[in-house]
Design a binder for this molecule. Sequence first.
Ligand code: HEM
Length: 228
Amino acid sequence: MDELSGPGILSPRTNLGSDISLFLAIGFILMFLYAGYLARSKNGRAHHRMILASMALMIFYLVYYIQVRYMGLASVADQGSFPGPDWIYSKILRPLLMVHVVVVSISLYLSIYMVINGFMARFPMGDGSLSLKTGPASPSKILWGIALFWLALLVWLTILSGRFDFSHAVIFLTLGFGAPAGMALLIHFTLPKADRRHRIVGRICLLFFSLMLVTTVSTYFLLYIAKY
Ligand code: HEM
């Protein structure tokens, strides 16, 4: 993996690892947005395939990010040697990074929710094309199964392992479980019809992916490309 810390392609300040990270992120986000365009053109089956391909690339990216970029620690180290003026760091880069982390977290929750929702809401037509069910959406046993498993894992990590004090455990549980579970319940009560739910939450999800593209590229620009 030594080559990855060698010189990058985009600027003298980047290394190959950070450049690949950017290309992968732009790749899966653009594929995701293209899948949204396919849905809008009423091409349900191609939309479904493109979503799955982009999610596969996203999972590959996350594994790469954890393994090679040490869960973003490499970027944090790059921040430490930020060459620009202090005011850009404190007034622009830091707030931008906070927004970026929030946007990425919400996008991840929403995309997992939407993939399961897509499988639940799809309706195969007689001519081989794919549309959406028009009746009431039924609760997903798979989603609730995953949610309960996730809750048990979080309780074990935060409370039972004794690694965190009580207040930190509550913060982790709220962000890791309370927020997404609250979001799922809100969707459940406000959007009861299967097709409407898929279209509206899907559009919100695409909006978050667009924001993820903007915050990713601008963070990268400030860290590695901008001349100070
Ligand atoms: C993260 C995942 C997904 C997102 C963000 C998403 C987003 C969307 C959006 C925004 C639309 C409505 C487009 C419009 O009318 O403006 C749509 C329609 C649709 N989606 Fe998804 N979707 C996702 C996953 C899936 C999956 C996994 C399937 C199938 C298993 C699926 C099947 C469909 C179908 C059949 C339509 C209707 C297309 C038509 O109107 O002919 N979606 N989706």
